[in-house]
Design a protein around this ligand. Structure first.
Ligand code: ATP
Length: 368
């Protein structure tokens, strides 16, 4: 049982009808959701959708205009930021340049006037956790960017917060280092058991690290679910379109077998299995991932969904090629294939007339 599916699980964080307004602008719109202990929860969405506002309310830099945020069952509104069991790691890391790595990590503990032996033990533990023991005496400018990122992480975990907020934590790292660091972040999260909430612009990063991804739009969480569910079972055209690549085919639905026919052009329809309860004639949207669409020069047999069209664009990505195929009604459908062999004369080219096909379960039927 994942905690969010377990009615007996106690949430660490609870948003109850939380709204945040700046003047008459609504940045967070009546949001209620839970985050559980030991979760790695990612907030994902376009610029301005309210991700940072969510984090700032959790950290205590902003207060909700309406509604309540509970931490461990307790309203956090009256608790000032430095008294909350919450810490925030900023993208800039904000390390003290004149202090050693050791002293940077010890900073919060010293400020809290913890006994020296406790500080000593905790800093050593954090150095070990983040594999920084050998750099303890160096200053921030004497270590690499990836190591500085780990110092910032060690420092923000030193006081053992229940919740760590990470605002674009890997934004300053280059692509290769970023990937390694993502695995490290997951490892450290698992070892400490701390709940992590991460804001990132990078959907691959969110999908890699998170136990659940919350896709936001205009101050609302549209769907919060594990990465595979977000990708395979989006709850809306918005989420299907935001995560990964997709073709949307729109048309009037007619119930048939275990799903619906969708008439998308004069005399043409495609079929999708679905458990949705739609009314015949209502508009439905089928989301189809390009990698689920097969491309062939001959009409495939025994497939219900087969449409003919012409290749109008090809994106060659080395390991993959994406073909943009225009149907007679002007609809473009994407088909992506793995280039497992060297491209030969058998591969397709511009203007080729081709058939696209997909299975009854490949298309995800959505109401909007
Ligand atoms: P980005 O990805 O660009 O950081 P975001 O999703 O984190 O965006 P927020 O920073 O949460 O978005 O901002 C949400 C909305 O609230 C934006 O439209 C922003 O302009 C507005 N906003 C944020 N802070 C304030 C403020 N102090 N006063 C007025 N409007 C604000």
């Amino acid at each position: 049982f994942a905690p969010w599916e377990d009615p007996a699980a106690k949430p660490l964080i609870q948003f109850k009808n939380v709204t945040k307004r700046y003047g008459d602008f609504t940045a967070i719109d009546n949001q209620s959701f839970d985050i559980y202990e030991q979760e790695f929860f990612a907030l994902l969405g376009p610029s301005g959708c309210g991700k940072t506002t969510m984090m700032r309310m959790l950290a205590g830099f902003e207060t909700p205009t309406e509604g309540t945020i509970l931490l461990g069952g307790e309203d956090i509104a009256p608790i000032p930021p430095n008294k909350r069991a919450v810490n925030m790691m900023f993208q800039s890391y904000a390390l003290f340049p004149h202090l050693s790595i050791w002293e940077n990590i010890a900073f919060g503990l010293r400020r809290d006037k913890k006994p020296n032996d406790e500080i000593q033990a905790r800093v050593e533990e954090m150095l070990k956790l983040t594999r920084l023991t050998q750099f303890a005496k160096r200053k921030p400018h004497q270590i690499s960017g990836g190591q500085r990122q780990r110092v910032a992480l060690a420092r923000s975990l030193a006081k053992a917060p229940k919740l760590l907020l990470l605002d674009e934590p890997l934004g300053a790292l280059d692509a290769k280092l970023r990937q390694d660091t993502q695995f490290e972040l997951m490892d450290i999260q698992e070892k400490t058991g701390t709940t992590f909430v991460i804001v990132t612009h990078d959907q691959e990063e969110a999908m890699t690290v998170a136990s659940r991804v919350a896709v936001m739009d205009h101050g609302q969480i549209i769907q919060a679910a594990p990465p595979a569910q977000i990708y395979e079972a989006p709850n809306s055209v918005y989420v299907a379109d935001f995560i990964g690549d997709v073709t949307i085919i729109e048309g009037a639905v007619t119930a048939k077998d275990n799903g619906y026919d969708i008439a998308f052009a004069e005399g043409q329809s495609v079929y999708a299995e679905s458990t949705l309860n739609l009314t015949n004639g209502q508009t439905g949207y089928i989301a189809i991932r390009p990698e689920k669409v097969a491309i062939s020069s001959e009409k495939p047999e025994r497939v219900r969904n087969a449409v003919q069209g012409k290749i109008i664009d090809i994106a060659y990505l080395g390991n993959l090629s994406t073909y943009y195929v225009e149907l007679p009604n002007g609809q473009t459908v994407k088909s992506q294939t793995a280039n497992t062999r060297r491209l030969s004369r058998r591969s397709f080219t511009w203007e080729d007339e081709v058939w696209l096909s997909w299975t009854d379960t490949a298309g995800i039927l959505l109401e909007r």
